[in-house]
Design a protein around this ligand. Structure first.
Ligand code: EPZ
Length: 423
């Protein structure tokens, strides 16, 4: 099983160029299927989730080429509308192929993606969104069959929760539906805006992305386009936290501070000095982090659930008691038990974690239970006394591009160790 071996106590300083956003690249790569043409997507991060998406595109019959961080997809050779169970289970967010397949073919066959480490991950809002566009849905033996007899037609839908994935699926399917679609209580994340910009570059007519109401005027056909993915605001948290916890200094090139207001406000209250620069974001850490202000995860523009584990690590060594409430996913405190093994003092009651900052963490062997938990344990290891081994780093490789290389270049002592069998 691959792991990171980290020797803690080294101050991070220097520059890092931020990767493209995983949660933007994945839906945009899936949406190329709806374009029916050739799409060139720049700043795609080298991640296992991106590779899983490319495998699905190839299975569907699309041509796929990668040159560095640029991926070219030729969707004109699309042949299939079904994704096999094995490929669906490789990455649960492959549900985002639903809208593209319905847009391109008027039909789709997928497996229910099932839960993951952080929660049940239901798809009821996705199904409701497709039904609002006239899609018929049948389920049999764990497979979902979708058909839009006579093609997709525009409709109105109010989401009961601003689901990112359901908003994405609806936006892509409605782009070529007959008539107008109005979606209220839509997700407002920067990744939604990025997807809308890509679809509009493909000839779609989507208004209001980034606000709570989307208005989509269906067009006959889309075409290929060239697009650059926005920077990854969550990978940014990993690098900013790593710098903050080691009393360091970082210039994060390519970061988009405007996407990170809620997170930056918390970092500033821990004593970090942040400067928004044309080339990105500069952070200078205090000698000792103050306690966190109360953090409550919310849909964008609130504090992002994906940054919750990262700031909990800061709270673990902060000067005082912090309170963190996770309102989005039901099982997203799995890093707590691992942080406790490193000497953190954290009490969890239901969705609330109370963190008493300790002066120092100590090294231990810990397990990266999920992507963001794993990244937060790497950050903890950078500051801990002695050696920390973070196991199961396949979770981290899903969302952090060559994390050990980026951190080593800033002065961290971190090595990837592959053991036989699993990489
Ligand atoms: C996206 O997941 C992200 N993934 C997640 O990032 C992120 O945490 C999440 O949005 C929230 O910001 C990608 O973009 C690939 P949701 P998604 O639908 O679309 C409930 C990471 O670490 N819900 O907004 O699945 C759901 O159970 C990942 O990069 C329903 O009830 O998130 C959850 O409680 C983790 N029914 C809440 O909504 C549905 O049909 C948020 O889910 C759909 C969702």
């Amino acid at each position: 099983m691959a792991s990171f071996l980290i020797n803690g106590g080294h101050r991070l300083a220097g520059e890092h160029t931020l990767q493209g956003a995983k949660n933007s690249a994945l839906p945009i790569l899936a949406a190329t299927v709806a374009s029916g043409g050739e799409c060139i997507i720049h700043r795609c991060p080298a991640l296992t989730d991106v590779e899983a998406t490319l495998n699905i595109l190839r299975h569907l019959g699309c041509g796929v080429q990668r040159e560095g961080n640029t991926i070219t997809v030729d969707a004109s050779s699309l042949q299939r509308g079904q994704i096999p169970e094995a490929l669906m289970h490789e990455m649960r967010s492959s549900i985002v192929f639903l809208g593209p397949l319905l847009s391109a073919l008027g039909r789709a066959e997928l497996s229910a993606p099932g839960g993951c480490e952080i929660g049940m991950r239901p798809i009821d809002l996705h199904l409701e969104a497709m039904q609002a566009l006239g899609v018929e849905i049948h389920q049999a033996a764990g497979r979902l069959f979708f058909r839009a007899e006579g093609g997709l037609r525009g409709g109105r839908l109010a989401l009961s929760f601003p689901s990112v994935g359901a908003t994405e699926n609806l936006m892509i399917a409605a782009a070529t539906a007959k008539g107008i679609t109005v979606l209220t209580n839509a997700a407002r994340e920067p990744e939604i805006v990025d997807l809308a910009n890509f679809l509009n570059a493909c000839g779609a007519r989507i208004l209001g992305a980034g606000g709570g109401t989307l208005l989509i005027e269906g067009v006959q056909k889309l075409h290929g386009a060239e697009h650059t993915v926005i920077p990854d605001r969550i990978a940014a948290v990993t690098y900013l936290s790593a710098t903050a916890i080691t009393q360091g200094e970082l210039l994060l090139r390519g970061a988009a501070p405007a996407h990170m207001d809620a997170v930056l406000a918390v970092l500033e209250q821990t004593g970090c000095r942040l400067r928004r620069l044309p080339e990105g974001l500069h952070l200078r850490a205090p000698h000792r982090l103050h306690r966190l202000p109360t953090v409550r995860t919310m849909p964008y523009p609130g504090f992002p659930t994906d940054a919750q584990a990262g700031v909990m690590t800061l709270a673990a060594v902060g000067d005082g008691t912090s309170m963190i409430t996770e309102t989005i996913f039901e099982n997203r405190f799995r890093h707590v038990s691992e942080l406790r093994r490193m000497g953190a003092s954290i009490r969890v009651e239901d969705r609330v974690a109370v963190v008493e900052g300790v002066p120092k963490l100590h090294g231990a062997q810990v397990d990266a239970c999920d992507l963001r938990a794993g990244a937060s344990l790497v950050v903890a290891g950078l500051a801990a006394e002695g050696d920390t081994r973070v196991c199961s780093i396949r979770h981290v490789d899903r969302g952090c591009e060559q994390l050990e290389l980026g951190l080593s270049a800033l002065g961290a002592n971190i090595k990837r160790e592959e053991t036989d069998g699993e990489h």
